[in-house]
Design a protein around this ligand. Structure first.
Ligand SMILES: Nc1nc2c(ncn2[C@@H]2O[C@H](COP(=O)(O)OP(=O)(O)OP(=O)(O)O)[C@@H](O)[C@H]2O)c(=O)[nH]1
Ligand SMILES: [Mg+2]
Length: 437
């Protein structure tokens, strides 16, 4: 028998309401004990109950809900206690739950982190991809992150994988039939259209692997500001993050460390990175370390805003003519630009909105499409395995090897959604072919 767990499921008190959940076979008897032996309320109906310690004092007046398993969030019997959200109320109810006594000395346990969701997964209420989506949803801070997470938690990727998996199962069934019924001496041909259908799947999955990854949404679109000392990087950085985060000064070599600030512009997550001004030589050893770090940041950037001499920035960098208020030609910074992508002044604000809009557009294009599934590193690795196996299945001609590669693709799909089985394969096989024939 699984044990019964409880935990505060709402935010930390004090708050208006605190929700304590109890999940497992003892949820119902625990509720009975706290309600002075009264029968549980009708399923999924909120009722007021006075909760008391058995043979003891009143704990709280609470709204109580009873969800009989298995059609619950965890797949087990579940009780929700909506308490007054005071620290002491929650502590008293948790203490009472922990000390309830049941037959054979059974007790309730405090849930481990994620244990409710883990049970939901173990009981088949959600799969691994949905559980990951749920985790992302809880940590989402920007609108784009929320939309991506809700798609995953709602089973967007799971449905895709289910479709791909079904198609591979179908292909496997065809190969198995060839293997079962083929003449041993002469290797049977796979039916017409088999390679085409598998090739289509191969391309579809390949397309998904090329899409922007979910991590980009979590970390934000990484914009690195770079250029020579005194170009105005830190001043622009402060304007973009709307905070006096970086020290700015007329001395060349002010910034030494790498400064990173995460901000959302129009719901799009960004990580702006301010760096030390690039120059080949400085008598200051610390500044030289900063310059090395700045160069390392250029490698990691999704986009570089180049405030230095035109054409001398990294490939793909946007040419920025900064400090436009000090003279439109940029001569004061020694970086005259003929065709900057943006001409702006972080001091007067001129051109900043245009830059922001441009950045938002670029980031949107590089980040996962809102509402569509985006793969994380784990999922991407497994999908890559499936893709590779399908690709191999397409290149070999021996049906035995084709079958084996398709099996490997299925294993990868099962890993993706956290399920492993061969029973389904047989179901599909027998379902599609009349074996008794
Ligand atoms: N008028 C005007 N002054 C600016 C502008 N941007 C920067 N400055 C000034 O230029 C000087 C250098 O600016 P910073 O932002 O510190 O330059 P930086 O590129 O970060 O320099 P390092 O950190 O040394 O590499 C400071 O005195 C700023 O106040 C601007 O748009 N207009
Ligand atoms: Mg600086």
């Amino acid at each position: 028998m699984t044990d019964t767990i409880f935990a505060l499921s709402s935010g930390s008190p004090p708050a208006a309401i605190a929700v304590v959940r109890v999940s497992g076979p003892l949820a119902k008897p625990a509720l009975a004990q706290l309600s002075g032996g009264r029968a549980e309320p009708a399923p999924r109906r909120a009722v007021m109950r006075t909760l008391t310690v058995p043979r003891g004092t009143v704990l709280d007046q609470a709204l109580v809900l009873w969800f009989p398993g298995p059609a619950t969030a965890t797949g087990e019997d579940l009780v929700e206690l909506h308490l007054h959200g005071g620290r002491a109320v929650v502590a008293a109810v948790e203490h009472a739950l922990e000390h309830l006594e049941f037959d054979h000395g059974a007790r309730l346990h405090r849930a481990l982190p994620g244990e409710f969701t883990r049970r939901a997964f173990a009981n088949g209420r959600i799969d691994l991809a949905e559980a990951e989506g749920l985790a992302d949803l809880l940590s989402a801070e920007t609108e784009m992150q929320r939309q991506a997470a809700i798609a995953m938690a709602g089973g967007e990727l799971s449905r895709l994988v289910e479709d791909w998996r079904g198609r591979v199962l179908g292909a496997s069934a065809v190969v198995e039939a060839v293997l079962d019924f083929g003449d041993e001496d002469d290797v049977e041909e796979l039916p017409a259209g088999f390679v085409e259908r598998l090739g289509e799947l191969d391309r579809e999955i390949g397309g998904w692997l090329e899409r922007p990854r979910a991590e980009a949404l979590k970390e934000g679109f990484r914009v690195v500001l770079a250029g020579p000392p005194n170009a105005g990087k830190s001043t622009l950085f402060n304007a973009l993050v709307e905070d006096e985060a970086a020290i700015t000064a007329p001395m060349a070599g002010t910034t030494r460390d790498v400064l990173i600030r995460a901000v959302a512009l129009d719901g799009v997550p960004f990580a702006f990175v301010d760096t030390a001004g690039l120059r080949d030589e400085s008598s200051d050893a610390i500044e030289m370390i900063g310059i090395d770090r700045a160069r390392a940041q250029l490698e990691r950037a999704d986009l570089v805003l180049w405030l230095g001499p035109e054409g001398e920035g990294p490939d793909g960098a946007w040419e920025i003519a900064a400090q436009s208020d000090r003279g439109p030609d940029g001569s004061h910074t020694g970086t005259v630009k003929q065709q900057p992508r943006h001409r702006l002044s972080a001091v007067t604000g001129e051109g900043l909105d245009a830059l922001r809009r441009d950045l938002i557009g670029a980031a949107r294009a590089a980040l996962p499409v809102p509402g569509e599934a985006a793969l994380n590193a784990r999922q991407s690795a497994l999908l890559g395995e499936a893709h590779q196996a399908i690709g191999l299945a397409l290149t070999v001609s021996d049906p035995l090897l084709v079958a084996e590669n398709l099996r490997q693709a299925r294993v990868a799909f099962d890993g993706l959604v956290g399920r492993a089985t061969t029973e389904d394969m047989l179901d599909t096989l027998f379902g599609r072919f009349c074996i008794g024939k």
